[in-house]
Design a protein around this ligand. Structure first.
Ligand code: PEP
Ligand code: MN
Length: 340
């Protein structure tokens, strides 16, 4: 349920609405919008409560939200959510490019990649230290040592870090180093983990599950938001189809669909969806043309010897070419890539 306050309603009227909501054991999430103040009511709404709130002073309208996700819905929050991390403005008119290796391997690999992607125009550095791998025999990441190398690359370049957290018990450790915490596709429905990152004061990027519907994905974002964290970014990283030539199928329509259903920024990942380096640029361009707020791109100094996801990783040179083309498409949309 959403309570829309009347234009010119007072602070004390808003406080009375909040008190009434909390007196029923419900949570009130206040959104002071540009044009109007809206209060989201979270919890199980008792019968007749809508009629009761409608009569309170300063209330203009009470609307039952039709979607199962509330805080993530466009109905609750008509303006786009904008998340600022370092010099990156995620959710604004310019696509933000997050780039770096699949996994952190060593200092030289991490620092050289950070410098190269920054030079080409990326404003967020990626790198996995805790890696979800299909096979238990694959390289599973350097853990906290990897986070320290990410931090070193951050010191060298000033780029903020996005990195994955896989387990609830690692949230505090990862949050010590990360500027954005990534929830991987395989953990999109790990509800305890979503709760845990919801309690942090740091942005969280929720990747779409391998077979998740839009509703399930937005409900995963809702978990993070319901725990108090409103800084959520969504990432379309491809879903499972019948085609095995590509690793997954990037659902480009997810970009405008999510923008219609939600106010949260939506980023696309052409690396994990295609699995092939030569498909990354075309799919990145399609995503930006469709309006993506950003891209997550895997880049490695020498993809042939990468410990993880080499076949889909771009060389520095290819990343530079991708950036120039992305900039051209973004300019057509009158949304050039954010300057760093
Ligand atoms: C990643 O971005 O490092 C990753 C493992 O992606 P996904 O969770 O989408 O497979
Ligand atoms: Mn990867």
């Amino acid at each position: 349920m959403i309570v829309v306050m009347a234009a010119g309603s007072s602070d004390s009227e808003l406080a009375a609405v909040r008190e009434r909501i909390e007196s029923k054991g419900l949570k009130a999430q206040i959104n002071l919008g540009v044009e109007r103040t809206v209060v989201g009511v979270v919890g199980s709404i008792p019968p007749d409560f809508k009629d009761e709130v409608e009569l309170l002073e300063g209330v203009s309208d009470v609307v039952m939200i039709s979607k199962p996700y509330k805080l993530a819905s466009r109905e609750f929050h008509p303006d786009d959510t904008i998340i600022k991390v370092g010099s990156a403005v995620i959710g604004g008119p310019s696509p933000v490019i997050m780039a770096g290796p699949c996994s952190v391997e060593d200092e030289e690999q991490m620092v050289s990649t950070a410098k190269a992607v920054k030079k080409a125009g990326a404003t967020v550095l990626r790198g996995g230290a805790f890696k979800p791998r299909t096979s238990p025999y694959s390289f599973r990441g350097m853990g906290e040592d990897g986070l320290k190398l990410l931090n070193l690359a951050k010191q060298e370049t000033g780029l903020p870090i996005i990195t994955e957290v896989m387990a609830t018990e690692d949230v505090d450790t990862v949050a010590k180093y990360a500027d954005i915490l990534q929830i991987g596709a395989r953990n999109m429905q790990n509800y305890n983990l979503l709760d845990a990152v919801g309690e942090l004061g740091k942005p969280v990027m929720v990747k779409r599950g391998l077979a998740a519907s839009y509703e399930e994905w937005l409900l995963a974002a809702e978990y993070v938001m319901a725990s108090g964290n409103e800084e959520v970014i969504l990432c379309e990283r491809g879903i499972r189809g019948f085609e095995s030539f590509t690793r997954f199928t990037l659902d480009v329509a997810a970009v405008p669909v999510v923008q219609r259903l939600s106010h949260l920024p939506i980023v696309a990942d052409p690396s994990h969806s295609t699995g092939k380096w030569y498909l990354v640029t075309p799919v990145a361009l399609a995503s930006v043309a469709a309006g993506a707020h950003g891209l997550l791109i895997e880049v490695h100094p020498n993809p042939d010897i990468a410990k993880c996801d080499g076949p889909q990783s771009l060389t520095f040179e290819n990343f530079d070419m991708l950036m120039q083309q992305v900039d051209a498409i973004a300019s057509v949309r009158k949304q050039p890539v954010a300057a760093n």
